[in-house]
Each structure stands twice: as C-alpha cells, then as structure tokens.
Design a protein around this ligand. Sequence first.
Ligand code: TXA
Ligand code: MG
Length: 351
Amino acid sequence: MNTIIQKVNPERLERDTLKEAVNILRNGGLVAFPTETVYGLGGNALEETAAKKIYEAKGRPSDNPLIIHIGEKNALEELTEQVPPKALQLAEAFWPGPLTMILKKSKKVPFSTTGGLDTVAVRMPKHKIALQLIKESGVYIAAPSANLSGRPSPTLAEHVAEDLGGRIDMIIDGGMVGLGLESTIIDVTQEIPMILRPGYITQAMLENVIGRVEVDKAILKENKELHLRPKAPGMKYKHYAPKGDLTIFQGMSKQVILAINQRAAEKIKEGFRVGIIATDETIACYPRGIVKSIGSRKDESTIARSLYSVLREFDELEVAYIYTESFESNQLGQAIMNRLLKAAGYAVVSV
Ligand code: TXA
Ligand code: MG
C-alpha cells in the first residue's frame, strides 16, 4: 500500500488535505494524525471493520480496546448508555484535553472497537487538526497510538512513517506533539472513579473536581510482585520497549551518576555500545557512552515530551544497553515513571 504523507500547518488543514483524509475515513481506511498527546492511528469507530484494520496495521492483539475520539461533548449521548454526573463534571473541566473516560457503551458502538467489552473509552482531544478532522468528517475516530504494537508511542510523524509506512492510507504530519505521553484514563463507571493509566491530568487534578479517585492497584510499581491484572487491557502488554536493554537507576543523584558511569564503563570495556539517559542538569557528568538529555528536571513536561523520541533514537543507534536516571514526583513524574518502568520491564537498580 502506498502511504500518503502530507505535511500540514498544525493550526489548520487545507481544504484538499482535509478532503483526502475525510474520504479515506468515510471509506473505511486509516489515517494517522497528531493529537496533543501522541500521534493516533484513526479509523471509523462505528464501523465493524475499521478496528480490525487498525489491529492488523499495528500488529496488536484484538482484545485491546480502542479509544473513540470525539469533537463535541454531546457525542457522549450517542456513544454511551449512561453518563454519570461525575463524568460530566470531568468533561467540563478537562475536555478538550488529555483525559480518556471509560463509560458504559451504547448499542451503536461495535464490540470490535471495544475489544468485546461493554464499556467504551472516549476522549475529546485538544489538537486543532484532530478536532477539525473529527468535526468535518462527521466520523467518530477510533485511534490507538500510531506505533507498531510494543514500540514507543510516536511523537513525530517520522516515527509513524517508520512503524506504519506502507501499512496505512495516510499520515498527516503536523510536526511534534505537545505533551508526548498518552492521555490519563479514568474509569467513571464505578461509584469511586479509578485511574487506569496515569498521564498529564493527575490524581490531584481529578480529585479537585470530583472528590475521591482511586488508582488501579495493578499499575502501581510496589504491587508488581502481586501480578494483578490491570483493568485497562493494554496496560498488561510489554509496551514502549526499546531494542536495547533498559535499566533504571534510582537513588540520590550523585550515587546514581556514579553507578551509571561504573556500569557503562564495564559494558563498554566488554565491547558493547551503551546509551545513557541524562537530564540537562547532569549531562556533563557522564564521560563515556552515548549520552542524551531527556529534558530538565526544572520542567517535567520537557522530559515527558522527549521520552519516547529518546528511546527511538537509541534504537537507531543500536545500543545494546541503556541506563537512565529515574523520575519521581507526585505530578507528571508519576506518568513518566509508569512508562519508563514498562519500557524497562521493571528493571530497577536502587543505589
Ligand atoms: O493519548 C492517547 O490516549 C492516545 C491518543 C492517540 O489519543 N491514544 C492511546 O491509545 O494511547 P492506545 O490504544 O495506545 O491506548 C488505549 C488504552 C489501552 O491501554 C486500552 O486497553 C485502554 O486504553 N482502554 C480502551 N478502552 C478501554 C475500556 N473500555 N476499558 C478499559 N481500558 C480501555
Ligand atoms: Mg499505545
């Protein structure tokens, strides 16, 4: 298949590009497009076959349900059976934006889109291109992240082309995305809503609006040994994995730097190529290996934005080992660590 790659102004799609993308979506094809979190691989959410095509293109297990992207809040009425008051409050507070809500699905939503579940994930994205595409096509767009299953999510159109070029109809290249981590997912079907995937919208931000919110115990690092089953099916797969062997070093900054330098020196001596994920504050402290800064600790959003692209860069450089500092705080750091731990298969060295 020939994949059309169209560079666009991130503010607004030209008429011809829009027409082409809309045509593809209405005819059951697949279009990758930028959102404010990561690039999505879009198909018609109410079309039985679109989900199948998406799964095929991504090489994704078909029990992993898709998020439906909407352009207006009142689409909830058509897509869901019931909208609890807390869901309305959250939509009011955070949509358009990086929040996905799990709700009871209506009959209109095919089970192929929800992976057989009777709930549906819905999100109203903030990116202008995404909104324009949904509104002007009149199509609700089911879209997972536009990467091959298991690879880091795409923050640039080039990442999408790398993974899905030749497998989908079109890629809309709107440049680099803003946030770089996938949306927060919250299940609002229960009395006390539960976070199934951490993201830019934190537990504290959610609690500010609707009161008590829980976090799925299965996604907490300290419960890893319990082998609980995550409530979001996609969270159980090894995800975001780089090709090199990734280890996270945790502890006081000075000790972490020392330990990473020591480990890097050993592996380099053994003849391996080593990558190191540092920060703007520490990049000068690593004399050996291929060292990249992931951003500044003074502004965690810079780290979120670079995480996936740094992992991909190390893939390209074919490093055998990647050593990274850890990131923990109650804010965005929680989401960053959640992704990093999964990418590392929970390989953590405490120093
Ligand atoms: O930021 C995002 O959310 C991006 C952009 C493109 O919008 N999308 C994204 O989709 O990350 P995906 O497919 O890569 O991740 C969707 C996650 C998976 O872990 C899936 O299992 C979960 O959402 N999910 C979807 N529907 C669900 C449902 N009904 N119940 C529980 N989890 C669900
Ligand atoms: Mg994904």
